[in-house]
Design a binder for this molecule. Structure first.
Ligand code: KG4
Ligand code: ZN
Length: 333
């Protein structure tokens, strides 16, 4: 089955073509430059930029996959969660193409796209614990099969990527902050400053929640008393902050693995691009004899390939959505 997939939930416009779950083309247009002067995503600018980009990107994906709309057998698009103005652009484009071509349509949950992304190319099978960690989400799931997901925990405040972005802003490093902090931290000492690690009481009911607002405040307070007057001070702060976030992410994920008796961990979403998270996860994988799978970078940050893959699994079960499907900003998984 040849599928056209569209993703526009936040600030990346992306289109993809998949054939029986195999990615034939995956095109992403980042809006980072557009939002950089504002230090964060401006929703109105994001949706306007999606509108300009979406149709040319559909053409590009079709061209790169060496195919045409006439050969597309189904269309899928993200319908939530995300910024509603952004979601509407990709969703309505997808529905319109499906209608015009007379092919089935399926709306995909963005979080399911991230959660299944390690399966696109990875050597991973169910059951696994999936950590979806991005600018908008920090969620842990037990994935037992396609469509069978148990929510194990979430952030109670900021998403981990949001903490990276906010701390980068506090440090005057620009947007988006994750990549800049990651690079800066390579020159720093992760033990230079001991920031508090939020350890939430899991109250014995199988919840594995996170909290990242405390670390952001701790960095702000630290900055009030310590001017960043050298490259090494900046690098040490970046490395120490990053170490605390990575500790919290991995400690909670490994506690969840232990609790559900699973030996497979998948990490997905933009923050999975973090080099320290990857290195520490690899070390823990050896130590605990747990398989850790992190998709290649192009499937970590927002992309339509993962939406196409998740949508394909639903379509082959005969699932379809009517064309009155609306965008849902806070769609849960
Ligand atoms: O999945 P994604 O592209 O979009 C959302 O759905 O949010 O994730 C973007 C987030 C941003 O917060 C960005 O700062 C973070 O991922 N990020 C990183 C790195 N690269 C991107 N965070 C830490 N280290 C990185 N190397
Ligand atoms: Zn995402």
């Amino acid at each position: 089955m040849k599928i056209l997939a569209i993703e526009s939930s936040c600030d990346d416009t992306s289109t993809a073509v998949l054939e029986d779950g195999v990615v034939r083309a995956n095109v992403v247009l980042s809006q980072d430059e557009l939002h950089r002067p504002y230090g964060g995503v401006v929703p109105e600018l994001a949706s306007r930029s999606h509108m300009r980009a979406i149709l040319p990107l559909v053409d590009t994906a079709l061209e790169r996959a060496n195919t045409s709309l006439e050969e597309i057998e189904a269309v899928v698009a993200t319908y939530g969660p995300g910024l509603v103005g952004s979601l509407l652009v990709g969703l309505n484009t997808g529905k319109a193409i499906a209608f015009a071509q007379g092919v089935p349509f399926f709306g995909v949950n963005h979080l399911e796209g991230h959660l299944l992304s390690p399966l696109i190319e990875g050597n991973l099978s169910f059951p696994y614990v999936g950590l979806v960690v991005s600018g908008g989400h920090t969620n842990l799931y037990l994935a037992e099969d396609y469509g069978h997901y148990t929510h194990l925990g979430s952030t109670r405040d900021d998403a981990a990527g949001e903490a990276f972005d906010k701390v980068a802003k506090l440090m005057g490093l620009g947007f988006p902050g994750g990549k800049v902090i990651d690079e800066l931290a390579r020159q720093g000492d992760p033990q230079a400053i001991t920031f508090p690690r939020a350890r939430l009481k899991n109250s014995g009911n199988g919840r594995f929640d996170f909290s990242f607002s405390g670390i952001k405040t701790a960095v702000a307070l630290w900055l009030e008393e310590h001017p960043l007057d050298s490259d090494s001070a900046r690098a040490d702060l970046a490395a120490s902050f990053q170490e605390a976030v990575v500790d919290m992410l991995l400690e909670t994920s490994f506690a969840a693995l232990e609790a559900v008796g699973c030996r497979h961990l998948a990490i997905a979403g933009g923050v999975a691009a973090n080099s320290r998270l990857r290195a520490r996860a690899a070390a823990l994988s050896e130590e605990h004899n747990v398989q850790v799978v992190i998709p290649p970078m192009r499937y970590c940050t927002d992309n339509a390939a993962m939406i196409g893959f998740a949508g394909w699994r639903h379509l082959i079960q005969g699932e379809r959505h009517d064309l009155d499907l609306n965008a849902v900003a806070d769609l849960p998984l």
